[in-house]
Design a protein around this ligand. Structure first.
Ligand SMILES: [Zn+2]
Length: 92
């Protein structure tokens, strides 16, 4: 990655678009890649510190993407609701 750590972010802070999809939701693959390659995923809006991504927590309908500010330690949680998709198989 040759992208600078700071540059393509919302000036108000937040998660960078490079880990989001076209709809502005967290892109699961990009998020996991960021974890694996030790990249930051955004800027903490409160203090301007870089956000370090952690493993997504998958619930039934929502996936939570936690990130921690390297500067103040605050947790910033992104949540993505799964789009409804047809059930596979016949598990009841
Ligand atoms: Zn912070």
């Amino acid at each position: 990655m040759t992208q600078p750590l700071i540059g393509r972010h919302d000036p108000r802070g937040g998660i960078w678009s490079r880990v989001k999809d076209a709809d502005g939701r967290i892109h699961d693959g990009a998020w996991r890649t960021a974890i694996a390659t030790l990249q930051h995923v955004g800027i903490h809006a409160h203090c301007g510190g870089l956000l370090t991504p952690h493993e997504p927590d998958v619930q039934r309908h929502v996936t939570f993407y936690p990130a921690f500010c390297v500067q103040c330690g605050a947790e910033v949680m992104q949540r993505v609701a799964k789009p409804r998709k047809p059930k596979k198989g016949a598990k009841a």
